[in-house]
Design a protein around this ligand. Structure first.
Ligand SMILES: O=C(O)CCC(=O)C(=O)O
Ligand SMILES: [Fe+2]
Length: 408
């Protein structure tokens, strides 16, 4: 059975202030009983140091003892030590903010370890909460008939929707062709040119990057749908509705209203020296909130071609099933890294828990739009389809406050 899209285990309505003593007394024993062995396996496989958490005057260390995860008072030798305020602890322990979100916001206080160790513990903590394993030596990628998946497969509307939905759940991504007319994306590209003069650095709805010659260029246009009737028509079309239905399969995916920030247009110039234009490996849920929102399906619409030679989207197959740490994806991935070269009008789909990155264009500018479908809300206060967009917007908010932080 492939993994279901709906992996939510927490609700916003249950959020509260959680202190460390409270967590250790009431939640940790059960989590450690259920998932401690998986955490211990991950610690051993990746040679992670113990994690010590300091809150106020107290400190506690999480470490492996054989196949168990234990917690003890004090700071163990060789531990990565993270100091959290009560509020930071409460957010972290409810999967609202990860260490990486705190690092990117330049708020994380730590010692005795490296960014790699922090990244390992961001994943190990998800293992503890969700039972999402860090390693799985027996992982297989099979189609509906038990044959090995062809990661290079490009699906068209003539393919069996059940095969497509299965591939997404098994591999964590898709490459689709034939859902958007290449002539339409040529018009979208003109709309991007026309819209650009309406964006200013610091306007809160665009991202900017610095080029080698010192000039600043707009690299991401939010609120783009209001400036592109062709884009709006794509998102309101029957093909798009078929796409939503096909990706959802047995799950319930919704589209947010075609307005405001439902889609963003990205311009990727070659020669960026600073700023978030091309993003290194990350999960869209990497800053937190996986347990509240995942998995949504993020859809990229190729406006120009993308290629190995000129930059493209790369995904880590199966990284929604195995919570391989981000820093490991960057340095020594142990799952297949798949490049998705696209033609104009092609779609890429990745789950919000799938590791992905964009490699920088080398020869010519690349353009792509990102939108997506979120899980149908379970709570009245959440707008239809907003959840996935909110997740993506968190990335944007944090990046805008630390504009040239690498490694997001
Ligand atoms: O630049 C890309 O193609 C990917 C962008 C991305 O992953 C994101 O905005 O979350
Ligand atoms: Fe992303």
């Amino acid at each position: 059975m492939p993994i279901a899209l709906d992996r939510r285990t927490r609700r916003d309505a249950d959020l509260r202030q959680v202190g460390i003593e409270d967590f250790l007394a009431h939640e940790f024993p059960d989590l450690a009983a259920r998932h401690g062995a998986l955490v211990a396996q991950g610690i051993e496989a990746l040679d992670a140091p113990p994690l010590a958490i300091e809150v106020g005057d107290g400190s506690w260390t999480f470490s492996r003892d054989g196949a168990k995860l234990l917690v003890s008072r004090g700071i163990a030798d060789g531990a990565l030590v993270v100091t959290l305020s009560e509020q930071e602890f409460s957010d972290w322990v409810q999967n609202q903010r990860s260490f990486n979100a705190l690092i990117t916001a330049r708020e994380l206080r730590y010692r005795g370890g490296s960014q790699r160790d922090l990244s390992l513990w961001d994943s190990l903590w998800l293992t503890l909460f969700e039972g999402w394993p860090i390693v799985d030596d027996a992982i297989e990628f099979l189609d509906r008939h038990g044959e090995p998946l062809d990661f290079a497969r490009v699906f068209t509307p003539d393919d069996d929707p059940a095969d497509i939905a299965h591939f997404l759940r098994e591999a964590g991504f898709l490459h689709l062709r034939g859902w958007v007319d290449p002539a339409d994306v040529a018009r979208v590209s003109d709309d991007i040119d026309r819209a650009l003069p309406e964006y200013r650095e610091g306007d809160g709805r665009s991202w900017w990057a610095e080029l080698a010659d010192g000039t600043r260029q707009c690299v991401r246009l939010q609120e783009f749908v209001d400036r592109s009737s062709t884009t709006a028509a794509i998102l309101r079309g029957t093909r798009w509705e078929q796409l939503r239905h096909m990706l959802a399969a047995a799950d319930d995916l919704v589209q947010s209203p075609v307005e405001g920030r439902c889609i963003e247009a990205l311009i990727k110039p070659p020669g960026v020296v600073a700023g978030a234009s091309d993003v290194s490996f990350h999960r869209d849920c990497h800053f937190g909130r996986h347990a509240y929102i995942c998995s949504g399906a993020t859809v990229g619409i190729a406006v120009t071609a993308s290629s190995e030679a000129n930059g493209l989207l790369r995904v880590v197959a199966g990284s929604h099933r195995v919570v391989m740490p981000v820093e490991i994806a960057k340095s020594a991935p142990y799952l297949p890294v798949i490049a998705i070269p696209t033609e104009p009008g092609d779609l890429t789909v990745h789950l919000s828990c799938t590791l992905h990155e964009s490699t920088p264009p080398l020869i010519e500018e690349r353009r792509v739009m990102y939108t997506g479908f979120g899980l149908a809300p379970r709570e009245e206060q959440v707008d239809e389809g907003r959840a996935l967009l909110d997740l993506r917007e968190r990335v944007s908010d944090i990046l805008l406050t630390s504009a040239d932080t690498p490694g997001v």
